[in-house]
Design a protein around this ligand. Sequence first.
Ligand code: GRG
Length: 289
Amino acid sequence: MSAPLPASFADAQRAIGLALEQALAAPAATDPVLAAMRYTLLAPSKRVRAVLVHLAADVCGDRSRAMPAAVSVECIHASSLILDDLPSMDNAPLRRGRPSAHIAHGEAVAILAAFGLLNLGYGHLAAAYPAPLAARVTTLYADAVGLDGLIAGQAEDVLATDAVIDFDTLERIHRRKTGVLFSAAAQAGAVSAGASDAAIASLTSYAKNLGLAFQIVDDLLDVVGTVAETGKAVRADARKTTFVSFSGVDGARELATELCATAERALEPFGRRADPLRELARYVTGRRS
Ligand code: GRG
């Protein structure tokens, strides 16, 4: 099931949803860990990272090998959501419009499901791609998750709860927590299409700025959004420094708009072929979910 992205991405979202179903197919999900993995992975989601893999591959001229990288990035992302929601992290009760995994399945099973999804994410690449491409995309994703990526960003974020941090620290946290997986998704799509180093560099610059803008809008939606729109608890960031606490609602929106404009400028070498990526950037600044 999909949450709203612009209509032009609906076909990609649908195909990604089907591929995720297949990656985690189970006639009867009796295993509790498998049930929790399916519960999170197949819940309504925008699938924006997987769509980005496809759009990056497309603009580099070949979408045919994008799907395994798209499936993998969604597995990794779903794993991170389960961990992020745990009582020891954000202690979030709702995700994707449903009780969070640890509430629906218990904390122990939720933690194992997060490991299961991470494992599936990497294993899927090894099973689906020829060895050199599998190695390249696995390295991209492992670097994005690792000690200069999601894990580092999450650690700094959790440790900064109730602390005063400066703007550079906030930006570093969010680039690592959110931005790097967007960059890795775009790079994976490009690499799967056999793109040149120059094309990969342009897409990295696009995705890096898009990812940070996406996180700023996430902060904004915590303040101005509703549970019905976001599928998660709102006003949940009260103990954290966010882009809104630094810049206010209007300032944060302006910053997200500027970052998306910077992202769009990185697409110039691709000409009109990159219009879908431009559309994605415009969607990000105005998104409500
Ligand atoms: C071992 C994978 C792994 C991670 C460990 C827990 C952790 C480190 C990192 C947390 C990263 C995280 C959850 C960042 C928040 C990113 C974010 C903006 C999530 C919401 O993404 P959407 O809006 O959600 O794309 P949907 O539900 O549409 O997919």
